[in-house]
Design a protein around this ligand. Structure first.
Ligand code: SF4
Ligand code: SF4
Length: 180
């Protein structure tokens, strides 16, 4: 089965629609690739370990309080443009239900009532720590978190590359390649 290449403009709605279409049409075929299934499992584990570490440092509690008081001021509108259609496809493989609309006009498209609605996040989102956090969390705790996040980002990179390669070599029709 042939699909069109991912959209190369900034419309998050188009990227979401592409990801859903490809997931619906090619999920089973893509999951026959052992490397993809292995990397997906590794990614699930790595994200869970990062989250546990984030919670242990107290960052989750700090961000939750900040989101309730200030609307999670670091997740501003436009951040969603960083996301490629392939990264959204990976989120679908992880069981994420991609939102249909933005909850707040001044916030990122993916910000929900309980924080970020994605599981596989862009490197900028994973790495970002504001001053409120760096003032309160110790350096050894941050180092432990960075180690876990490093694994998460490495596995995500490998999975992203594998998906792009397979889609490129077996499933794309024609058109310009994804650039974001
Ligand atoms: S990273 Fe900083 S600004 Fe963003 S939600 Fe957490 S505490 Fe708030
Ligand atoms: S963490 Fe999630 S909600 Fe915040 S900017 Fe990144 S994608 Fe958007």
């Amino acid at each position: 089965m042939i699909v069109e290449r991912p959209p190369d403009d900034f419309s998050i709605e188009k990227k979401i629609s592409w990801a859903k279409r490809v997931f619906h049409r090619l999920r089973n075929q893509l999951l026959t690739d052992e490397r993809i299934t292995r990397l997906l499992e590794r990614l699930r584990t790595a994200i869970a370990e990062s989250r546990t570490e984030r919670s242990r440092t107290g960052i989750v509690a700090l961000c939750t309080a900040c989101e309730q008081r200030e609307g999670g001021s670091c997740c501003g509108a436009g951040m969603e443009r960083r996301y490629s259609a392939t990264l959204l496809l990976i989120n679908l493989f992880l069981g994420v239900k991609l939102p249909e609309e933005r909850m707040n006009p001044s916030s990122c498209f993916f910000l929900g009532n309980e924080g970020c609605r994605l599981m596989a996040r862009h490197v900028i989102c994973v790495n970002y720590l504001c001053k409120k956090i760096t003032d309160k969390v110790s350096i050894p705790q941050l180092a432990a978190l960075r180690e876990k996040e490093g694994v998460e980002l490495e596995v995500l990179f490998l999975l992203n590359e594998r998906l792009r390669d397979i889609l490129e070599s077996r499933f794309y029709s024609s058109g310009s390649p994804e650039t974001s």
